[in-house]
Design a protein around this ligand. Structure first.
Ligand SMILES: [Zn+2]
Length: 105
């Protein structure tokens, strides 16, 4: 299990993954947990679902399905505001990569 401090800094990275995948196709909890696990991020549903709910409240994601279908209720798509944010984040991640990984500055 991740320490709270690890979770704090990684939450942003996970949210960028979520926005990126939600921009490409509909995403839902179990799919995201498996996708993040492939990258070595062992999130619990207790971390992911509140993060998705917060992203929805910020207007970056919206639930895509009708409320009477359990899986559809938990499926999300990116919103136009989420897409604008993702465009900015892509540039910031590229800059961060150059600085932190490639040590250009
Ligand atoms: Zn990903």
């Amino acid at each position: 299990m991740l320490e709270a401090a690890d979770r704090e800094i990684r939450l942003g990275i996970w949210k960028i993954h979520i926005l990126h995948h939600a921009a490409a196709h509909e995403v839902w909890g179990t799919w995201l947990l498996a996708e993040l696990a492939e990258h070595g991020h062992a999130l619990s549903p207790g971390t992911l679902y509140p993060a998705l709910a917060r992203m929805e409240r910020h207007g970056w994601l919206r639930r895509s399905g009708k409320a009477d279908h359990a899986r559809a209720r938990q499926s999300f798509r990116i919103t136009p505001a989420g897409r604008r944010l993702l465009t900015e984040l892509r540039r910031e991640v590229a800059e961060l990569y150059d600085e932190v990984v490639r040590r250009r500055r």
